[in-house]
Design a protein. Sequence first.
Length: 84
Amino acid sequence: METNLNIFLAIVIGVLALVFAIIAIYHKKLSIAIIASGAVSLMASILFLLLAAPDVAMTEAAIGSGLSVIIFFYALSKIRKQHD
């Protein structure tokens, strides 16, 4: 029973990651695209947790979802300041 639940959760999280990836690629606003790419990383970290790899999940959450989103927003703010 627990295995079926894990498979179902993995499929749902994988589909959500694909949806967020499509949003990140095709959205017109860069800020929403950055948040969507962070959500893809967050979904990947949840999948790593389901696959019993908590160290990889924590690294993906910290670097992929956290630090890279902050760096992208910092770079976006610098670009917008140069155009003003």
